[in-house]
Design a protein around this ligand. Sequence first.
Ligand code: NAD
Ligand code: DAU
Length: 339
Amino acid sequence: MTIIVTGGAGFIGSNFIFHMLGAHPDYRIVCLDKLTYAGNLSTLAPVMDNPNFRFVKADICDREALDRLFEEEHPDMVVNFAAESHVDRSIEDPGIFLQTNIMGTAALMDACRKYGIQRYHQVSTDEVYGDLPLDRPDLFFTEETPIHTSSPYSSSKAGADLLVLAYHRTYGLPVSISRCSNNYGPYHFPEKLIPLMIANCLNDKPLPVYGEGLNVRDWLYVEDHCRAIDLIIHKGRVGEVYNVGGHNEMRNIDIVKLICKALGKSESLITYVTDRKGHDMRYAIDPAKIHRELGWLPETKFEDGIKKTIDWYLTHREWWETIISGEYQDYYEKMYANR
Ligand code: NAD
Ligand code: DAU
């Protein structure tokens, strides 16, 4: 079995590669990644010498590069993690989100059609469903919830999902889609809430909470997401969407306070800043379908996962300090200076 994993030098893709090489030692895993600001080759150092692993630097929009790779590798499956993934960046500059997330998905699926594939899996997001009101804790996103996006990022992901389903119906491409809630864990890029707050706490920098910090996210430890995708590509039904989430809703402000406490830092570091434009209030996944059909359940409780995550950032300072001392500084300045 040969699987092309796109975006494998990023947060979830790298964790998925580690998971797959461990869980399926006879599989060949080929990582295709453009190495954008969010991709980090050093993350993949532990598997670079594994004979079952290959890294290829390429853009999923580059059809010639895809042709070459498919001719060389004859993949049985493609799992597409490659994307521009940060909502705030999409609000500043939507173009690259449309290019990578929509056009890149189309290019990958065209290669799958041309060369044949057992499964094309699209790693999507719960953000395609928009948001839920805070005063209706009884509501959850199911796979039947209408697509109703808020940001250029989520719109580009929704556009990609619609294309994936269209390629299934029109061309019979054997596809599946997973829509997961917020992940956290090792190798999470420090522009995102949890790693940003950990890094800023450790550097005694202000902790920028958008609005009043009352927005709710449904947090899932990254390894649980990786196990879900592993199950879907092997046992999930072709043409289906599977929601992935662990009923672990938390307000942003509570997460930030928890990180302060875990690191022994004062809550006086918390700084309320101008809210994100179009900020989604609440995400909450109903994972009944993946549980019923595939037996998936999250295994990591939030209290254990967040402890493991904080410990990882404490013991891997070089990984994130290298990132935040580079071009990330310009991004941070631009995004947070006058907020
Ligand atoms: P990330 O930003 O950490 O990593 C993205 C990776 O894709 C990077 O390695 C980057 O170099 C690569 N990439 C970007 N553009 C590319 C291109 N044109 N060609 C090839 N490679 C390219 O993202 P992440 O948080 O790991 O998210 C991975 C996927 O999971 C995304 O599709 C995202 O929409 C989805 N997702 C993320 C979350 C989350 O909480 N992070 C939750 C649900 C779904
Ligand atoms: O739900 C899945 C999605 O989760 C994925 O599709 C996205 O790729 C991923 O980035 C994530 O999106 P969010 O916008 O929910 O994640 P982020 O970490 O950017 O923000 C989480 C919450 O924290 C959100 O309500 C905004 C808030 N926030 C974020 C940052 C970066 C802050 O209050 N301050 C911050 O500095």
